[in-house]
Design a protein around this ligand. Structure first.
Ligand code: ADP
Length: 236
């Protein structure tokens, strides 16, 4: 059984069908690239999956349970974690404490949170700034911190929205290596990204959306060479 079964999900904004009957199965351990021109509905779909937007129709089963209509906090408890394009960190507490807060919110004990925070800070090359207030970090470091915060407890599925946007190339490398390692260890991801080289490098499978619909779904190489996909990007 797939970990997540997305069945004919719709999200309308007035007359606009931002997500128009999207059906996808995501298996445990997959790292699926979600691509498509601007305005094709990728972020809206992630927001529906994470409970930040109410769907207009369809169903989402996660681990066999129908979770459509659940609140973000209920979904976080089930291991569905969403990372936002904008960084959301607490500026007046340290980088370390930001991770602790996330760990506690994700249900870890204080000691587990401390241990995981130290591991993550090291993995994300942030150990040297761990006691600085998050507000003193560079934009890229804050982004890495927020990224790390998603992985304090091990999510069942991580929904990443443009994690590499406006990130320094060195940090981008840190982040993509992190995603790759986690995926090799079995972590499931949906990754929205405009960065095609990264999508090609990381994602065995990609789904291309256009005008709210799934245009192509399959091995990334094949999807990128589908004529409808090429046309959709040319029309951007
Ligand atoms: P993508 O992530 O692929 O760039 P989005 O999901 O952000 O696309 O947007 C899909 C469509 O829905 C766009 O036409 C966008 O303008 C519209 N849209 C997104 N959010 C809202 C909203 N809160 N209210 C009205 N329209 C929205």
């Amino acid at each position: 059984m797939p970990l997540m079964q997305i069945n004919e999900v719709q999200k309308h904004f007035g007359g606009l069908r931002a997500v128009d009957k999207v059906s996808l199965d995501i298996s445990e351990g997959e790292l699926v690239g979600l691509i498509g021109p601007n305005g094709s509905g990728k972020t809206t779909l992630l927001n529906v999956l994470s409970g930040h937007l109410q769907a207009s129709g369809g169903s989402v089963r996660f681990d066999g349970e129908n979770v459509l209509g659940f609140k973000p906090a209920q979904l976080v408890c089930r291991g569905i974690l969403r990372m936002f394009q904008m960084t959301r960190v607490f500026n007046r507490i340290s980088a370390f404490d930001n991770l602790i807060v996330s760990g506690l919110a994700q249900g870890l004990s204080e000691s587990e949170s401390g241990k995981r925070a130290i591991e993550l800070l090291e993995e994300l090359t942030l150990t040297h700034v761990m006691y600085l207030d998050a507000g003193q970090l560079s934009g890229g470091q804050r982004k890495l911190l927020e990224f790390g915060a998603c992985f304090m407890a091990k999510p069942r599925i991580a929904l990443l929205d443009e994690p590499f946007a406006a990130v320094h190339p060195v940090m981008k490398e840190t982040m993509s290596a992190f995603i790759k390692r986690r995926n090799e260890a079995g972590q499931t991801f949906i990754l929205v990204s405009h960065d095609m080289p990264v999508v090609v490098d990381l994602c065995a499978r990609s789904v291309c959306m256009n005008a709210g619909k799934v245009l192509a779904d399959g091995p990334t190489d094949q999807v990128l060479h589908t004529s409808a996909v090429i046309e959709a990007y040319l029309g951007e």
